[in-house]
Ligand binder design. Sequence first.
Ligand code: HSE
Length: 311
Amino acid sequence: MKKVTAFAPATVANVSCGFDILGFAVEEMGDKVTVSLADEPGVRVVRIEGDGGRLPYEVDKNTCGVALKAFLAAIDYKGGLEVELYKGLPLGSGMGSSAASSVAALEAANQLLGNPLDKKALLPFAMKAEGVACGAEHADNVAPSLLGGFVLIRSYHPLDVTKLHVPKGLYCALVHPHLELNTADSRSVLRQQVPLKDAITQSGNIAGLVAGLYQEDMGLISRSLQDVIAEPSRSVLIPGFDEIKSAIKEVGALGVGISGSGPTTFILAPSREVAERASEICQEVFDKIGLEVDLYVSAVNTKGTYVINKA
Ligand code: HSE
């Protein structure tokens, strides 16, 4: 085997109440990365498509390059790898674009080199790439992109990550306005101190959401999808957010939140039909605002990254 191509899915981080500690993966949308054996030692990024010429080829600035360098150092591999990145996700969208690139690169390289590490052990290398992409080594995009489903980061130091149950019938709609929001900027607007009453509200909601997922209790999930920490500071940066929040109430959606650091908005729904109806309403909201949007309806992807081709 000389070459492996892997796919890694888009992700919704935070899921309202789980700032930096919860995320889930979606189906179909994502990035593809091909990693090939090369004679020259080290990692080289040789092709990037779908980014409009904006992503860096320098290994220490490219998320695939950063993740792979850290991975090769950890397994003490002295050979060379070439990387081709095919972006399926828009940059600065809040759908885990940087995470999908590094995760697909790690999955492809790990398989190419005979699986020296299990999937979960690849996580720290993808987190390092997030640090380069947005200034914070947060795991709530890379962990679900790698492992699939809903993933909880119980602790960062030491890293303690666990997959959660995905209720049957759970769907999401993603509303991506044609705007970019850089994660570092979107993090810079956050308060650094959280009042005790907000900490209590947020803890109740995250515990309620996890319980709701396990009990497949859509009402409990719905009541828990509230964020008093990041959303109040960030929602002003997201066009259409407040309008969507009030407009989708009647269609039976479970809740609305900012996907990661935005500007994509996510909606959770108890069925595909409700998610589709919510997405139609979002289209109407954005038609009124006069801003173009991409709309996606997806089930939760439970398998995470996977290999699509070996040669
Ligand atoms: N938890 C991160 C944030 C996710 O909200 O900044 C970024 O996609």
